[in-house]
Write a protein that binds this ligand. Structure first.
Ligand code: ACO
Length: 363
């Protein structure tokens, strides 16, 4: 039995390769460093969806399709805000995606709806009215405008766009696997995306960056770093932003994001503390798990970056979904094309009816 399915290959994919030994991420034939920060969100969407989605669109056509779909999503906002009263933004987003109908371009529908819903849910939590999407704006710039009620600087838009591309696809991670399991039942793209978002929201996956900032807040000062780490590891807790199922070395995405953080203003003090925590955490984890090589993952610098560009921490996981939805939707089409239901086996260890012979059967 292999409870975490480590090393089990359950799909062939043209989307991404996570090389955990070399610390290398290849997405559709390119190193992640050659994509993130080098192309637009729309170009990345076109690249990931190419030859998998029902229609191949250029970057410009993708931008137009997303613009129109954001307008459609905004029509759902009144129903969303009624249904999501009292929910957190990630819970509200889950609810919002469930309001969408399956259609032949569901990948565009869900990708466009996510920023519209996040912005409206956040503004509602602040007692503010939703701001409508604008035709003629690209997805990331439009997100900032819908969130803050005014356009953001090119630097902030570029920083968020780099982040979204960095996390847009990453092999058979927990949420992508979830999407593929649901897609394999032919439940549809919207249903598969809702399921993927639920998997993403856990603190061991996409829910980590909020707790990373909580950790940095609690540590507070350089003099407290070692003591805080020893105490928390001693209590058997996990250090958020460290460790990975696949990487046996540094997560390459951490360095892509570190480069962007250094360009964003007001991150210097946070970054210095994060780097001190990083150094101490890697040392303490190596001492505790000498055979495991636990290093920094993408979430440490995600937290510093998203805070630096002015996003509140309860938006971190939903904003992760804004990027990862590109990978989810591409994997959903790829899974449906492979036409194989995913159905692993379990080993029964419960009691047997009296008199039944003891058989080791996996089923
Ligand atoms: N802090 C403390 N201990 C850790 C950490 C950590 N960050 N990561 C792993 N360990 C421990 C495990 O508890 C385990 O100890 P045990 O054998 O005594 O139970 C040992 O190291 C080996 O664990 P792994 O097999 O390497 O971990 P696994 O592959 O099961 O989990 C995971 C990977 C969930 C990412 C883990 O490293 C973790 O919990 N990290 C903190 C949460 C986090 O940062 N999540 C974001 C991941 S990136 C992403 O999903 C986008």
């Amino acid at each position: 039995m292999n409870a975490g399915l480590e090393g089990v290959v359950a799909a062939k994919t043209v989307l991404s390769q996570v090389n955990g030994v070399e610390g290398r991420l290849i997405v559709r034939g390119h190193d992640i460093e050659a994509l993130a920060g080098q192309m637009s969100f729309e170009a990345m969407a076109a690249l990931l969806w190419r030859d998998l989605a029902p229609t191949n669109l250029t970057e410009t056509q993708t931008a137009t399709a997303l613009e129109i779909a954001r307008q459609d999503a905004f029509e759902k906002v009144p129903a969303l805000l009624t249904a999501a009263k009292g929910l957190t933004v990630v819970e509200g987003l889950r609810t919002g995606l469930s309001l969408l109908s399956e259609n032949e371009d569901s990948h565009v529908t869900v990708t466009a709806a996510i920023p519209v819903f996040i912005a409206a849910l956040h503004r509602a939590s602040q007692g503010l009215a939703p701001v409508a999407p604008s035709l003629g704006r690209a997805q990331v710039a439009d997100f900032f405008a819908m969130l803050n009620g005014e356009p953001a600087s090119e630097l902030l838009v570029g920083a968020l766009e780099t982040y979204l591309l960095t996390v847009s696809d990453h092999g058979m991670n927990a949420s992508t696997f979830t999407a593929r399991v649901v897609a394999a039942t032919r439940a549809g793209t919207v249903a598969s995306t809702v399921a993927a978002l639920c998997a993403l929201s856990g603190p061991l996956h996409g829910g980590a960056p909020g707790p990373v900032l909580d950790m940095l807040d609690e540590v507070g000062d350089f003099s407290r770093v070692d003591g805080w780490i020893d105490r928390h590891l001693g209590d058997g807790e996990r250090l958020m932003g460290f460790g990975h199922r696949v990487y046996r070395t540094r997560d390459p995405r951490a360095d892509v994001l570190k480069g962007v953080v250094n360009r964003v203003q007001n991150t210097r003090a946070r970054m210095a503390l994060a780097e001190a925590v990083e150094k101490a955490a890697i040392g303490a984890l190596a001492a505790r798990y000498p055979d495991r090589n636990l290093e920094t993952n993408v979430e440490l610098f995600t937290a510093v970056l998203l805070e630096g560009i002015g996003l509140p921490r309860e938006l971190f996981t939903p904003v992760f979904a804004m990027g990862r939805v590109l990978g989810w939707t591409a994997h959903i089409y790829e899974q449906v094309a492979s036409s194989r239901l995913i159905r692993p086996a379990s080993s029964y260890v419960g009691p047997l009816p009296e008199g039944a012979p003891l058989l080791a059967v996996a089923g």
